[in-house]
Ligand binder design. Structure first.
Ligand code: SF4
Length: 96
């Protein structure tokens, strides 16, 4: 069960950074827009967030598949995960 009282959705792991989250008290739905809906407003909240990098790492490490985390959408985070996977491969070749 996700906690939505303090931030928009925080559940597992180290949460020490979350007390400084810019999204504290912001409507959680903003960070989970319907498919095709604008993410601009959520990303605007993230833009001024001092824990943006922590948030993004948290989402990447925990494999968060939905919503805006660290100012990035699911698709944008997937791209980063792919790039990291490629960087870890000895031949540096991406696989599907
Ligand atoms: S980066 Fe965005 S989603 Fe993450 S804590 Fe900051 S405001 Fe919230």
């Amino acid at each position: 069960m996700m906690e939505q009282r303090r931030g928009h959705r925080f559940d597992l792991g180290d949460r020490s950074w979350q007390g400084q989250a810019n999204c504290l008290g912001v409507d959680p739905d903003l960070f989970f827009p319907e498919r095709g809906a604008s993410t601009r407003e959520a990303k605007g909240v993230c833009r001024g967030c001092v824990v943006r990098e922590d948030c993004l790492e948290y989402a990447l490490i925990n494999g968060e598949k939905f919503g805006i985390w660290g100012g990035l959408s699911e698709r944008e985070r997937r791209r980063i995960r792919r790039q990291r996977t490629v960087a870890l491969r000895p031949d540096g070749v991406a696989t599907a």
